[in-house]
Ligand binder design. Structure first.
Ligand SMILES: [Zn+2]
Length: 263
């Protein structure tokens, strides 16, 4: 609060934007970063009223006065432009540092999965183009995506965080990777009278293998041979019939095996 008081005389557009309701996932982008044209390459073709929006973000007086009718459009463009600059900024050293402070304070929430033991989440966009999908949260422990649990984040564009951020974040702060490695990668198995439910059952733990990570030397060796086997099989099968193979790979196709038998 003391920081707010000291900057009360002149609140910048950026600090005001980041303090709005539901904008607490955003960090304040340093003005030097926004002023460097190199960092804004390509954005002028995406954002309407680009010049006016940029002036607004930097608290510059507009070259030409903005008409009352255009003002909401310029305001909207400024938010879009800021979001797109933000997605680039959080990949820089300064930006990552600002995000790690939020991450450590659990400001993006924690994973609801029991075996993730309250792993802190990271914001992510599944697309780098704005206007496609809202922000999602990524758990570095179970590799899954979650919707933010408060509706206040449901109109924030995923492109304002981008597809690269969590991957880079985990690589840079590799203590997170080490933390995950030490965790138990267990997945809960349902049982009936002590018997495990088969994976193929509708209530079984389907696709469990997707969450499995090879740990021991034997498992790693098995993975290697497994990859070779698939590669070799692919080569052989493609000589026979490429079409058949595509059918077999498609998991939605429940009758994949029957198709092969019929042909
Ligand atoms: Zn998780």
């Amino acid at each position: 609060m003391s920081e707010n008081n000291s900057s009360e005389e002149f609140e910048t557009w950026v600090s005001n934007f980041c303090s709005l309701y539901g904008h607490d996932y955003f960090v304040e982008v340093a003005p030097e970063f926004i002023e460097d044209d190199f960092n804004l390459t390509g954005l002028s073709s995406i954002v309407p009223f680009y010049r006016e929006a940029l002036d607004m973000i930097l608290d510059f007086e507009p070259e030409k006065p903005i008409s009352v009718n255009d003002l909401p459009l310029v305001q909207h463009s400024a938010e879009l432009l800021y979001g797109l600059i933000h997605s680039r900024y959080i990949l820089t050293k300064q930006g990552l540092q600002a995000m790690v402070e939020k991450y450590e304070k659990k400001q993006f929430g924690t994973c609801p999965r029991y075996y993730c033991e309250g792993m802190h989440l990271l914001p992510i966009g599944r697309h780098d183009q704005p206007g496609v999908e809202t922000v999602r949260l990524y758990c570095p422990s179970c590799f899954d995506l979650y919707l933010p649990n408060s509706s206040r984040y449901l109109n924030i564009d995923g492109a304002f965080f981008g597809t690269t951020f969590p991957g880079l974040f985990i690589k840079i702060f590799n203590e997170i990777e080490n933390q995950i490695k030490q965790r138990n990668k267990k997945q809960y198995d349902l049982k009936i009278f002590g018997f495990k439910i088969h994976e193929l059952s509708p209530v079984g733990s389907r696709m469990k293998w997707l969450r499995k990570v090879p740990r021991t030397k034997e498992e790693l060796d098995e993975l290697k041979t497994c990859e070779y086997q698939i590669a070799n099989n692919l080569g052989q099968e493609s000589e026979d019939d490429e079409g058949e193979h595509i059918d077999d790979d498609n998991e939605d196709d429940e009758d994949g095996e029957d198709v092969e038998m019929v042909r």
